[in-house]
Design a protein around this ligand. Structure first.
Ligand code: G3H
Ligand code: ZN
Length: 280
């Protein structure tokens, strides 16, 4: 069933579990993610990143996610991830997304507040949830510099008071695009942020978080845990293996359906770490 972000994270953030949010890039991986969530009876958030939007277009991304959500046996959110352009956000709202992230992490505090408030105002009119970011989660993909700005607890408090977003992404030591689980979470900072701002928190760059820290963080005030990179990695690795093992294979449906199993397996593993199994 198709639901909003707000209704899922409002319950999860004070509980001892968090909702998994997975990036989709194609129809096949979106199907594989929902399958994993259904098998674990976990609510799930499907996220279309800027690269997914470039690849699929806003309306096709919305169609894929909403169609899968409406037919799913578990609650599913269709979420626009890391949108920096208000035009894209409003088009996503029109296309049927039930949740949007306005990413103003490259803006000044005041400009981030101003634009986030506008998004919240419009989203409220349509019953759509809003996530925003304070501080900046960096990137650590090969060849790219990490430019993270850790979230200041006072800034998180003020930002939430001014914007009233449904979920707040914070920078506490993770980075996008990590291939190894080597992120060092600043748990003291997390404690300070959650004491300052009573809002469901969002962890980005969670592919790089060690397993035991993912479980620990899911018991804190995080309601949404974003995972992308590791799904791309296991999907492509499985495709490579299938092609090596079966050089005669000529059918791309068979190839992609078989490779998608790697995505489902990883989704189920992450769900078990986030303790969200059986919550649907
Ligand atoms: O917004 C998406 C996430 O932050 C994904 O991060 O690709 O490093 O897991 P990741
Ligand atoms: Zn992110």
């Amino acid at each position: 069933m198709l639901v909003t972000l707000k209704e899922l994270v409002q319950v999860a953030y004070k509980s001892d579990y968090a909702i998994p949010a997975f990036n989709i890039h194609t129809y096949e991986d979106a199907v594989a993610i929902v399958k994993g969530a259904e098998e674990m009876r976990s609510p799930v958030i499907l996220m279309a990143s800027p690269s997914a939007i470039r690849h699929l277009g806003i309306r096709i991304a919305a169609c894929i996610m909403n169609e899968l959500a409406e037919n799913a046996k578990v609650p599913v959110v269709s979420h626009l991830d890391h949108a920096t352009d208000l035009d894209v956000i409003f088009k996503a709202m029109k296309a049927g997304f039930t949740s949007v992230m306005f990413d103003g992490s490259n803006l000044s505090f005041d400009e981030n507040v101003e634009k986030t408030k506008l998004v919240v105002k419009v989203a409220r009119a349509f019953g759509i949830s809003v996530e925003a970011e304070i501080g900046r989660v960096g990137r650590s993909e090969e060849g790219e510099e990490a430019t993270q700005i850790l979230t200041e607890p006072d800034a998180a408090k003020k930002f939430f008071e001014l914007t009233q977003v449904d979920a707040l992404a914070v920078a506490v030591g993770t980075a996008h695009g990590m291939q190894k689980q080597e992120a060092q979470i600043d748990f003291e900072r997390v404690q300070q942020i959650q004491s300052a701002a009573d809002v469901p928190l969002v962890l980005h760059g969670s592919s790089g978080v060690p397993d035991e820290d993912l479980t620990k963080i899911s018991k804190m005030n995080f309601g949404k845990i974003n995972i992308g990179t590791v799904l791309k990695t296991v999907y492509v690795e499985r495709i490579r293996k299938i092609l090596q093992d079966q050089p005669q294979l000529k059918d791309q449906i068979k190839l992609l359906e078989e490779a998608s199993k790697a995505v489902t397996e990883m989704v189920k593993h992450k769900i078990s770490l986030l303790n969200s199994a059986g919550r649907a």
